[in-house]
Design a protein around this ligand. Structure first.
Ligand SMILES: Cc1cc2nc3c(=O)[nH]c(=O)nc-3n(C[C@H](O)[C@H](O)[C@H](O)COP(=O)(O)OP(=O)(O)OC[C@H]3O[C@@H](n4cnc5c(N)ncnc54)[C@H](O)[C@@H]3O)c2cc1C
Length: 384
């Protein structure tokens, strides 16, 4: 199977060759150990920072490469082909740096961005709360201005946060703003690290903030609100929603890369495994599955390409995420079926791919929320 990206410039091709080689030597050998809890995931991500692979789109003054968004997507594809949890941990650490770069005060940019993109510090971004998942207007976390000390305090809880239990630098959204928070400040606490069906090695945290004091220069957004103010109307929520379209494109690239890995393994295996005196690829029961898997992979790729071409279009991004992520899981599940019993063991990566990719129907907006966005777009255009 080919990479999902074609028509690359010479510069992009050289970049792709560099990251493919890096992944083969520095990530692939450790993927099973990460899945089995024998190797710390950040031990393979940190060297990416040391080799300039974390801050791809960041300007050189922050230690980045001034690369393109295409290169960031090539990196996503290359990492996910080997390991989705490695890529999710990597990108969750870079999102805060992106938000700080866009909305942070100049005084704190270097302080927080440089260590994140060098891999010296770990980042996370925090929206989800126990009572606020798909419906972020239910967020309770709140920032209070302490006029006497000219600083702010944060009180609240966040759960299901990628890197949450190990992050040094947290971008935390609340009812009335978003701030940069450090894990070494008084009042920060890790309540739990979740065990998951897949994505082993990824540190998924439930964290709590009790009157955490934050200097005013760490504000990304702040608005004094009355307790009755609808949270959807704040600028913090609008900025978060603006990030969600591109994030859904990245998630679709992740899903497609995992699906490609499973597809390649299944196709190869079907030509080698002999039963009833024939390679199983000669049975219609198997080769028709492959036909459907490849068609869904290619259809997802086409929809994703269209969506990448119109980054600001949240409707297209939702369609791409829904189609690609549901089909990526189906492809991985069918890959297990093609491999039979050995597919259910960890001798081949297909069972890991299925366990890992299942999350992408939930994270960054569930299938149901994608359908909600799509139908809204359909009826809006009809009722114009
Ligand atoms: C591994 C992992 C990593 C994550 N990383 C992060 C992170 O780094 N930062 C962060 O902030 N969050 C993160 N999340 C949280 C993730 O974004 C949420 O889990 C997701 O948005 C869904 O919220 P919820 O789990 O509370 O489900 P809920 O919103 O409670 O949904 C439960 C069910 O109800 C359905 N539902 C809800 N509303 C509607 C509706 N209007 N119509 C139809 N169906 C509906 C949902 O689709 C779902 O099927 C992560 C989650 C996981 C599991």
């Amino acid at each position: 199977m080919e990479s999902m990206f074609s028509n690359l410039s010479d510069e992009d091709l050289a970049f792709k060759a560099e990251v493919d080689e890096f992944m083969l030597s520095e990530v692939a050998p450790y993927v099973n150990d990460i899945d089995q809890g024998k190797k710390e995931i950040w031990d393979v991500i940190r060297p990416m920072g040391q080799n300039g692979l974390l801050g791809i789109t960041f300007p050189k003054k922050f230690g980045g490469r001034s690369g393109s968004f295409t290169q960031e997507l090539l990196m996503t594809e290359a990492v996910c082909y080997h390991s989705l949890p490695v890529d999710m941990s990597r990108s969750a650490s870079i999102y805060p740096a992106m938000m700080i770069r866009m909305f942070g005060k100049s005084k704190v940019l270097r302080k927080y961005i440089d260590p994140l993109i060098k891999g010296e510090k770990i980042g996370c971004f925090c929206f989800t709360e126990p009572d606020a998942g798909s419906d972020l207007s239910r967020m309770k976390s709140i920032f209070m201005k302490d006029k006497a000390n000219d600083e702010f305090t944060l009180t609240g809880e966040k759960r299901f946060i990628t890197n949450g239990s190990v992050a040094d630098t947290l971008v935390v959204y609340g009812r009335n703003g978003a701030f940069i928070v450090q894990n070494d400040w008084d009042g920060f606490e890790v309540i739990e690290e979740y065990q998951m069906m897949g994505l082993h090695g990824l540190h998924l945290g439930h964290i709590k903030f009790t009157n955490v004091r934050i200097p005013k220069e760490n504000a990304l957004f702040y608005k004094e609100i009355k307790p009755s103010t609808e949270v959807r109307k704040t600028s913090a929520i609008s900025s978060m929603q603006a990030m969600l379209g591109p994030e859904r494109i990245v998630v679709s690239v992740e899903a497609l890369a995992v699906a490609r890995r499973a597809l390649e393994v299944a196709i190869q295996y079907s030509t080698e495994r002999v039963q009833f005196k024939r390679p199983i690829s000669e049975f219609e029961g198997i080769n028709f599955k492959v036909a459907e898997m490849v068609s869904n992979y290619e259809a997802g790729k086409a929809l994703l390409e269209k969506s990448i071409g119109k980054m600001e279009d949240g409707f297209l991004a939702a369609m791409a995420k829904l189609f690609v992520c549901t089909n990526a899981f189906k492809i991985c599940d069918e890959a297990i079926q093609i491999l039979g019993g050995i597919g259910y063991t960890n001798k081949y990566p297909v069972e890991r791919c299925a366990r890992d990719v299942r999350l992408l129907r939930i994270g960054a907006g569930t299938d149901e929320i994608m359908k909600y966005i799509i139908q809204k777009g359909v009826y809006k255009s009809i009722n114009k």
